[in-house]
Design a protein around this ligand. Sequence first.
Ligand SMILES: Cc1ncc(COP(=O)(O)O)c(C=O)c1O
Length: 413
Amino acid sequence: MTNLTRADLAVLDTQDPLASRRALFEIPEGVIYLDGNSLGVLPKAARQRVAQVVEQEWGVDLIRSWGKAGWMDLATKVGGKIAALVGAKPNEVIAADTTSLNLFKLASAALKLRPGRRKIVSEAGNFPTDLYILQGVVAQVGQGVELVVAERGRVLDAVDEDTALVVLTHVHYKSAEIFDMAGVTAAVQAKGALMLWDLSHSTGAVDIDLNAAKADLAIGCGYKYLNGGPGAPAFLFVAEQHLPGLEQPLSGWMGHARPFDFVDQYEPVGDIRRALCGTPPVLALSALDSALDAFDGVSMQEVRAKSMLQRRTLLDLIKQRCAAFDFGFEPDGDARTRGSHVSIHHPEAYAICQALIARGVIGDFRAPDALRLGLTPLYLGYADLWDAVEHLVQVMEGKAWDSPQFQARAAVT
Ligand SMILES: Cc1ncc(COP(=O)(O)O)c(C=O)c1O
């Protein structure tokens, strides 16, 4: 591998078909943002849209906006836009609630779709909310239903004829490892179980084809690579063939066939809206709706190609320029088996991350020792990677991390 130079990376920027997308986002002066896998940056359109919703739709039109401004249809409209990014049909995806809540709803529904089966299988070290919610589901359902958590390489061994559901995160939040969606789904379904994918670290960065993989169910975040804003509505996917039988436990009025009949008996609507619970968060949905327009005219293959090249480039740069500083690297496989972030390990990763943030290079820390750097193809340039690594070199050379201000742990890391 020949050593890369900043000039090499500047050339890549001039050849980047996605370079013009950066202008759609507000990236603060002096910031190199490597945390779009946690909270995407503000799309300019979202700022304008939220202002318009507040001032006109809420401020002037008030309750008339449920119809006039299409508030009532926002959840399905946004779902349709996300469907296009994950290889689903528009009627199979809806924006709603949080990823955690959507998992609760769909995991509970999956148990009902596989009556008599008593196991849910997931991965040890999966994102905590997934495991915590599944623990809550089995506690709620009782009847001998249990959660079985297996090491990554043994997950499929744990799936048998008693398994109702397997829940896995497509791109691992720390290691960025990717499960083979089609292969795993087929193996799970061969045992008669349903497959639910958490796409939080995939959607908007990795090309996904839920329909081609024959996935049953999926959930994902709206605030990461989709740039919907802090606490943005999440989404869920239900494969068309499961929709008629889908019974989810949070049977609120927005999932009713005729919410404005105000009848006493719950009767789910026939389509994906049966996955809804209560009144949609219109301001947040509006922000997400406009944020998704940044993907208009872009193919996910194009996004994925840039993400893979940026990941390779960042790793190569760190390996070349930080060899003296004892960083630990994950075993790195084929680029297609990794998502859109890099985790490098160091005992002082927390303080290093803080020292970088003080210089405007924003990544995050994941306990116990990972410095996590996210690559968001829509707004990150190649020369940014050079500049970020230059800051890392300086932080390490000057031991800038070895200062009390960077050592004190904040509540959010
Ligand atoms: C894989 C995964 N699932 C779920 C979540 C979060 O769920 P929620 O939005 O409900 O907090 C995250 C957040 O980082 C995540 O990485």
